[in-house]
Design a protein around this ligand. Structure first.
Ligand code: C2E
Ligand code: MG
Ligand code: MG
Ligand code: MG
Length: 286
């Protein structure tokens, strides 16, 4: 039950409980503290290809002693406004690389780990230093690190961002466009960007088996993406009908509650162990 709670990140507050301004100050103070003292955790959600874990996404979790679990949907935008999102993403990069290296050293799995990076962190070159430091300090090979960025990253200084992405790719690190199809995705954007992967937003995935327009849009994204040699991931897959249709449409990797909630490292170890065992069993049965 605690797994479900953390994975789904219930919002701790209720509009009627506090006035918005006060609530915001409380979150800001608590955030400043947790950023300085440490106390974030990373949870991990697998992506699946042909019934095996093909990659893993790191998702930040904050459990405050008084506020409880605060959703990243709430605190990441606040951290961006406060100018402390740099500290958060720098920490997450290193932590995720270290965890992935541990799994590799334990022979539990050898797949890329995806880290979400805020658009704000592309406004200065420091990001490149954090990536190099995370790889160096963890000993993880660059091909096992992937960055998930959203299209908003390109709005402010597109030329500078594209330059940074080229440099990051030259290190061997992969780039993914998260939440594609939400908001103002532009297909022409894609032609110019040095990226390896598209993640179709869960808004387009939820109920795709029951909505022909959603299916058509997803199919266009998948076909165009494949034309550009990109890896296509669907996020937010919650039921077998959605899964079957997405596989039929040619999606490369699937991610969502149907396969697993985001898990803490201990739970992930069990999940991987079970996954390996069921794989081994299916080989024995052949
Ligand atoms: P995202 O990267 O698009 O992550 C997907 C979100 O959908 C996650 O929410 C995940 O827990 C949730 N999810 C996964 N499977 C399903 C499903 O089947 N159904 C539904 N309804 N939801 C599903 P989460 O963990 O609350 O993260 C929210 C957002 O916060 C992320 O969206 C990402 O943009 C941001 N975020 C998370 N961790 C970090 C981080 O370390 N740094 C930065 N900058 N942003 C982060
Ligand atoms: Mg993501
Ligand atoms: Mg997403
Ligand atoms: Mg999202």
């Amino acid at each position: 039950a605690s797994k479900e709670k953390c994975g789904k990140n219930p919002q701790f507050y209720n509009d009627s409980m506090m006035d918005r301004f006060q609530e915001r100050l409380i979150i800001e103070n608590a955030l400043r503290k947790v950023v300085n003292q440490g106390g974030f955790k990373l949870f991990y959600q697998p992506k699946i290809q042909f019934d095996v874990v093909s990659s893993i996404e790191a998702l930040i979790r904050w459990n405050d002693p008084t506020l409880g679990n605060v959703s990243p949907e709430i605190f990441i935008p606040i951290a961006e406004e406060m100018g402390i999102i740099s500290k958060i993403d720098e920490w997450a990069l290193l932590e995720a690389c270290k965890q992935n290296k541990k799994w590799q050293d334990a022979h539990l799995l050898k797949v890329p780990i995806s880290v979400n990076i805020s658009a704000k962190n592309f406004q200065q070159d420091d990001l490149i230093l954090w990536i190099e430091k995370a790889l160096y300090e963890s000993g993880l090979s660059p091909q096992y690190l992937k960055l998930e960025i959203t299209e908003s990253t390109f709005i402010k200084h597109p030329k500078q961002v594209v330059k940074m992405l080229h440099y990051i790719k030259s290190l061997g690190v992969q780039i993914s466009i998260d939440d594609f199809g939400k908001g103002y995705s532009s297909f022409t954007h894609l032609l110019e960007l040095p990226v390896d992967e598209i993640k179709i937003d869960k808004k387009l995935i939820t109920g795709i088996d029951q909505n022909e327009k959603q299916e058509l849009l997803a199919k266009s994204i998948i076909d165009l993406g494949h034309g550009l040699q990109l890896n296509i991931v669907a996020e937010g897959v919650e039921n077998p009908n959605e899964r079957d249709l997405l596989i039929q449409l040619g999606c490369d990797e699937l991610q969502g509650y149907l396969f697993s909630f985001p898990l803490n490292p201990l739970e992930m170890k069990d999940f991987l162990y079970m996954n390996t065992k069921s794989q081994a069993k299916s080989f024995v049965n052949v």
